[in-house]
Design a protein around this ligand. Structure first.
Ligand code: ATP
Ligand code: MG
Length: 694
């Protein structure tokens, strides 16, 4: 058990009787401490299911589960390794009833929320809806409901948003849905207001471990505190220099609060970095240097100096992408680490990936875009899947609510709310409740007619879907159905930009293709099988789509180059990392477009600059063996191209430019010298051979 840990790490792993904080820089083995400590706790007699390890993303959770399995074996399976949000889901499925939530509630993603807000606030403008969304989310994270938000509103604008929030809340209740913020806020309410629920969870969990603690927000901290109670059996690990979610409410106050709230907190610092070469680590330390120090830290590496960090200046994005591809190809020739999975290209904003995707495709280099939205997570695809799920299982309440509201068919949220109340009173699914003989006594006639019509339509569709046989039938059926519900118009009504609506419709058509292919009878060339597959009814195909959500998780071990935002790269590592778009205006991101009040703004700018700097630090410290940082001489600003300069962070890395700068001419010179040497060696060998010949 003790192998592969230094004494400070070992101390953190062994200390199981009280609260423990490991505060240390990147790559110092914090995540490793968490993984090993899971094993230590099990060894000390704690049942695996009484251990919760909380990570920041699903991907990180999957990786930790993998690492734990490797270290601990089968027992790891029962440990709860998940995000705060997933833990929240579990608590609400088990105990949400006391808050009036059915166990089968559905979870809305950002797209769904925008849609509901557009409807609740009567706008089609996505930008406006996003501002509402952002404000409401901020309030929810502060623990405010709409009434409290209205009471505390700073101005008329906020008062308006608070009223929209009230309508939004009503809709969530009617739709038996929760948003991401609720996944933290509601569990907190459960723990705070229901002592028996709190007692149950405190007893259920013997130890809670939290990775990336610096990026928890105030509500998450409250959840943690309530879960561990006064005994405070938890281990938090984090690095204040890697706090990059301040814009989403994460707060370093959580780090400062710990020793106050838990006076017996044991604080452990780690100083050795096991990930990166000294050259990379030095650049990282230099970049983070100018930020104010919350907790002073030093980091050293024993992996040797390594390759110098490369600075690449490119004329344009396309040129930058070409250079990146060339670098990958070059390193695949020369480096020890030559698998595609050894490479990552990291950037500040999602849209920067596109040009690189094109270049990689052209060079036939396989890649994946991590942190991007999966096809089946898109709102329009979820809409259609909602209908399919309802044909398959009429008791699927979230699917019912999705289908009945998209597109809108004159059944309002009040009707749905009374239907929901009626259904839970009689313990029926919403669909069953629809045709109950007692429903007319609680439902106005017109509303009832609307509901019945919808119910009949679903039955009819289900019948027809059952009758289809093979791809052609399925396509015809789906196209007719989409026309009947006027789905294309629904998409155009919901978007202010035609382009966005058209993109969604293209996705819908892609989905139709995908479904029909599965209905069989055609040659399925995507599977490579080149066979005529068995014909199925569309209903049979629909039965398989509930399994789809797991698709994206299977991408894990592919041997491909990773494209990722800096935010999504946190906690991960690759032998070769390329940070692209390290151009002033991109990273740090737009610091110059503030136009509010002077003093406040300069404060804001400084705070934001510091967060951007931490983001750069996170990026640099993902690299194990080689790091290249590139910038472009031109960049897009709005619609035009403007002259650009390298990011200030490049200067801050403090590299010796003469050795670090990658100059193709230098490379060529080196190559020529190499060839000349080989030729000379060859000639010498030939001469020697000739001389030795009898
Ligand atoms: N004592 C050790 N001996 C050898 N390798 C170690 C040791 N501790 C950690 N490592 C390795 O160093 C790398 C970084 O460790 P880890 O990911 O746990 O760091 P971290 O502090 O969580 O980093 P980050 O701040 O980026 O999340 C991993 O590859 C890990 O296996
Ligand atoms: Mg980590």
């Amino acid at each position: 058990m003790s192998s592969g840990l230094n004494p400070a790490q070992q101390e953190a792993v062994n200390y199981v009787s009280g609260p423990c904080l490991v505060l240390a820089g990147a790559g110092s083995g914090k995540t490793r401490v968490i993984t090993m400590k899971i094993g230590r706790l099990i060894q000390a007699g704690l049942e695996p299911k009484r251990i919760a390890a909380i990570t920041f993303t699903n991907k990180a959770a999957a990786e930790m589960r993998e690492r734990a399995k490797h270290l601990i074996g089968r027992d790891a399976k029962n440990v709860m390794v998940c995000t705060f949000h997933a833990l929240g889901v579990r608590m609400m499925r088990e105990d949400g009833g006391v808050l009036g939530l059915k166990p089968a509630f559905s979870i809305l993603d950002a797209d769904d929320v925008t849609k509901i807000l557009k409807d609740a606030g009567g706008t089609t403008d996505a930008a406006t809806a996003r501002i509402w969304q952002w404000t409401i989310s901020k309030w929810k994270n502060m623990g405010l409901n709409s009434a409290q938000a209205e009471a505390e509103a700073a101005d008329d604008n906020e008062r308006v948003i608070a009223r929209i929030m009230a309508r939004y809340e009503e809709r969530l209740v009617a739709y038996q849905s929760v948003d991401f913020d609720d996944l933290i806020g509601m569990p907190l309410k459960l723990l705070k207001d229901f002592p028996e629920v709190r007692a149950k969870w405190q007893a259920a969990l013997g130890h809670v471990l939290v990775d990336e603690y610096q990026d928890t927000n105030a509500t998450q901290y409250e959840v943690l505190k309530a879960l561990v109670g006064e005994r405070g059996r938890f281990t938090a690990v984090g690095d204040d220099d890697q706090s990059i979610y301040g814009w989403r409410g994460a707060t370093l106050d959580n780090l400062k609060k710990l020793p106050v709230d838990f006076p017996n907190l044991k604080v452990i610092k780690l100083e050795q970095n096991y990930r990166s070469t000294s050259a990379i680590l030095r650049a990282a330390n230099n970049v983070i240097g100018p930020n104010p120090k919350l907790f002073p830290k030093t980091l050293f590496s024993e992996l040797g100096e390594g390759e110098p960090v490369r600075i690449v200046d490119a004329d344009s994005e396309a040129h930058e992408a070409e250079r990146a591809v060339a670098r990958i190809q070059g390193l695949r020739e020369t480096s020890q680490h030559k698998e595609f999975r050894d490479f990552a290209i990291l950037y500040r904003a999602n849209h920067q990936a596109r040009v690189f995707e094109q270049a990689l495709r052209k060079a036939q280099i396989p890649y994946k875009v991590s942190g991007g939205q999966s096809f089946f997570d898109r709102a329009e695809i979820k809409d259609l899947c909602g209908w399919f799920r309802l044909w398959v299982n009429q008791d699927d309440d979230p699917a019912f609510l999705r289908a009945v509201t998209t597109p809108k068919r004159g059944i309002g949220h009040q009707t749905l709310q009374s239907l929901g109340v009626f259904a839970s009173q009689y313990k029926l699914s919403l669909f069953e409740a629809l045709f109950s003989s007692s429903l007319p006594s609680v439902m106005p006639k017109r509303a009832l007619e609307g509901l019945h019509e919808f119910g009949r339509y679903i039955n009819e569709l289900e019948y027809k879907a059952r009758q289809t046989h093979g791809a052609e039938d399925s396509r015809a059926f789906m196209m007719e159905w989409l026309k009947e519900i006027d789905y294309e118009k629904h998409l155009y009504d919901g978007e202010d930009s035609e382009q966005a609506a058209a993109a969604r419709w293209t996705n819908v058509m892609e989905f139709v293709d995908w479904m029909t292919q599965r209905a069989g009878g055609t040659i399925d060339d995507t599977s490579g099988a080149m066979e005529v597959s068995e014909r199925k009814s569309l209903l049979e195909v629909a039965k398989t789509i509930s399994l789809l959500s797991t698709i994206s998780e299977r991408e894990q071990d592919q041997n491909v180059v990773t494209l990722s935002t800096l935010h999504a790269s946190k906690g991960l590592e690759w032998p070769h990392v390329m940070l692209i778009g390290v151009t002033e205006g991109l990273l740090p991101f737009k610091l110059d477009d503030d136009n509010g009040r002077q003093e406040k703004v300069s404060d804001d700018i400084l705070t934001r600059l510091q967060e951007e700097r931490r983001l750069m630090y996170v990026g640099i410290t993902r690299a194990q063996r080689s790091l290249a940082v590139s910038w472009t001489k031109k960049r897009k600003k709005g619609r035009e191209m403007v002259q650009a300069i390298p990011s200030r962070f490049i200067a801050e890395m403090g590299l010796d430019k003469t050795t670090a700068k990658e100059d193709p001419r230098e490379k060529l010179k080196a190559l020529r010298a190499e060839f000349a040497k080989r030729a000379a060696d060859g000639a010498a060998a030939a001469a020697a051979a000739a001389a030795a010949a009898p």
